[in-house]
Design a protein around this ligand. Structure first.
Ligand SMILES: Cc1ncc(COP(=O)(O)O)c(C=O)c1O
Length: 388
C-alpha cells in the first residue's frame, strides 16, 4: 500500500533522536516507548538538581503540576480534572475505594478485553458487595457493544471498558456505551493506556467520567507515572478512602486529626509523587505535543496496513480487526509459540512483544517503511511460527 503523500514523514524528522535505532528495529511501543535523547537528558536534569541542591522540594512540586498540565493538554481536559498517580492501577484503586457497593446499585459491567489490573481491582470489590459482570467479545475480538449496553441496568454503578485491547489491538466503540451507561445513571471508566499518545483523545468530546493511562508507552515517558481523568461535573461527589497526604486539600497542613481531601481530581492521588519519573514524563509529553497525536495517528495507519498486508501475504493470521475504526496502532499476529517467536525475532534484531498466543507489533511515529520491511523479513525467516 502506498503511503499517503500528504501525511508528514515524522520518522524523517524525529527518528535521529532515538538512539535505539542504531542497534535494533524497535516496534514495541505497546510495551514501552523508545527513549528519545531529550527524555534521556531529563533523567540527567533530575540527577543534576540532586547534586546541585541536595533536595529540591519546591521544584519537585512544580514538576507534578507541569505533568498535570501536560496530561490535561494531551487529553484536552482541565488540569483540575487530572490526578497524577504512580500507575493506572493506583488511579483505579482510588476510584474503586470511592464507590459504595452496599446499596442496590452495586453492579460493575466490564469486558473480556480488559487489562488484568482492571479485572482484578473490580473483583477485589466483591469483598465490599460488588457484582462483576463480564461481557464476551465479538468473534472479531472487539467489545460486543450491543451485549454490553444490554447488560447495563438500574443496578449498574459503573461500566469499565478498555479503549484499545492490550492483547489484540481491538478498539472499542466507546460513544454508544457511554451514552447508554449515562442514560441508566451509571458511571463510565475508560482504560486508555494503549490509546494515549497513539490515538487522538478529546475529553471534551468523549463523555467518559473517568479515564486512566500512563506515560511509558506511546507517550514516550518512563515507568512510575500514571494518570486519571475525573470529570468534575459528574464525579465530584465521589470521595476515595484509599488516600494519602498528597490527596489532601492542603498538602502542607500536616493535619493528623482529620481527612480533608482536595476538591478536584487531586483527591485521587496518594503519597510522595514519583519525582524521578516526572522528568521523563514531562519531556516525553512535550515532544508528543510538538508532533501532535492526530499527526501520529495518520502517520502510523499506513505502516500498520503495510504490516498487515505483509504478514497475510506470508500466510500469517492477523487477529487485530482490519477496519480503521476498530484498531489502534498495534497489530497482533497469531503465533504457535509466542515466547520462542519473540526470541527468534529478537535474534534478527527486531523487537516485538507477546500476549496470549499473539506477537504484538506496535509502530509509532519514529518507525518507517524500512522498519516494516525488516520486521517482515524477520517474520519470513521464522515463518514456521505463524499460526492460522
Ligand atoms: C491497557 C492497559 N491497562 C493498564 C496497564 C497497566 O497499568 P499500570 O500502570 O497499573 O501498570 C497496561 C500496561 O501494559 C495496559 O496495557
Amino acid at each position: 500500500m502506498a503511503v499517503n503523500s500528504e501525511v508528514i514523514d515524522l520518522a524523517k524528522i524525529y527518528r535521529d533522536q532515538f538512539t535505539v535505532f542504531n542497534n535494533v528495529t524497535y516496534m514495541n511501543s505497546c510495551s514501552q516507548g523508545a527513549l528519545a535523547d531529550r527524555v534521556r537528558n531529563s533523567f540527567e536534569t533530575y540527577l543534576k538538581t540532586m547534586e546541585l541542591n541536595g533536595s529540591a522540594w519546591g521544584d519537585w512540586a512544580g514538576h507534578q503540576e507541569t505533568v498535570r498540565a501536560l496530561v490535561a493538554k494531551v487529553l484536552n481536559a482541565d488540569s483540575g480534572e487530572i490526578a497524577i498517580t504512580t500507575s493506572a492501577s493506583a488511579g483505579v484503586s482510588s476510584l474503586a475505594s470511592a464507590l459504595d457497593f452496599t446499596g442496590k446499585r452495586n453492579k460493575i459491567v466490564t469486558t473480556e478485553n480488559e487489562f488484568p489490573t482492571i479485572g482484578q481491582i473490580w473483583h477485589a470489590q466483591e469483598r465490599r458487595g460488588a457484582k462483576v459482570v463480564h461481557i464476551q467479545s465479538q468473534p472479531d475480538l472487539t467489545v460486543d457493544t450491543a451485549a454490553l449496553i444490554n447488560a447495563i441496568d438500574d443496578e449498574t454503578l459503573i461500566v469499565s471498558v478498555t479503549m484499545v485491547c492490550f492483547r489484540n489491538g481491538a478498539m472499542t466503540d466507546l460513544d454508544p456505551i457511554i451514552e447508554a451507561a449515562h442514560k441508566k445513571g451509571a458511571l463510565v471508566l475508560v482504560d486508555a493506556y494503549q490509546g494515549t499518545g497513539a490515538v487522538p483523545i478529546d475529553m471534551k468530546a468523549l463523555k467518559a467520567d473517568f479515564l486512566v493511562g500512563g506515560v511509558l508507552k506511546y507517550m514516550l515517558g518512563a515507568p512510575g507515572v500514571g494518570f486519571m481523568f475525573a470529570r468534575s461535573s459528574t464525579t465530584s461527589q465521589l470521595i476515595p478512602v484509599t488516600t494519602g497526604w498528597f490527596a489532601a486539600r492542603d498538602i502542607f497542613a500536616m493535619d493528623i486529626h482529620s481527612y480533608d481531601p482536595a476538591k478536584d481530581a487531586r483527591r485521587f492521588e496518594s503519597g510522595t509523587p514519583p519525582i524521578p519519573a516526572l522528568y521523563p514524563a514531562a519531556s516525553g509529553m512535550e515532544m508528543l505535543l510538538e508532533i501532535g497525536v492526530p499527526q501520529i495517528y495518520e502517520y502510523v495507519l499506513p505502516l500498520h496496513e503495510e504490516l498487515r498486508e505483509g504478514i497475510e501475504s506470508l500466510g500469517g493470521k492477523v487477529v487485530t480487526p482490519a477496519e480503521k475504526a476498530k484498531h489502534g496502532a498495534m497489530l497482533a499476529v497469531a503465533s504457535t509459540d509466542e515466547h520462542a517467536h519473540v526470541a527468534a525475532l529478537e535474534g534478527e534484531k527486531v523487537i516485538t512483544s507477546s500476549r496470549d498466543g499473539n506477537i504484538r507489533i506496535s509502530p509509532h511515529f519514529y518507525n518507517n517503511r524500512e522498519d516494516v520491511k525488516k520486521v517482515l523479513e524477520a517474520f519470513a525467516k521464522h515463518k514456521s511460527f505463524l499460526r492460522n
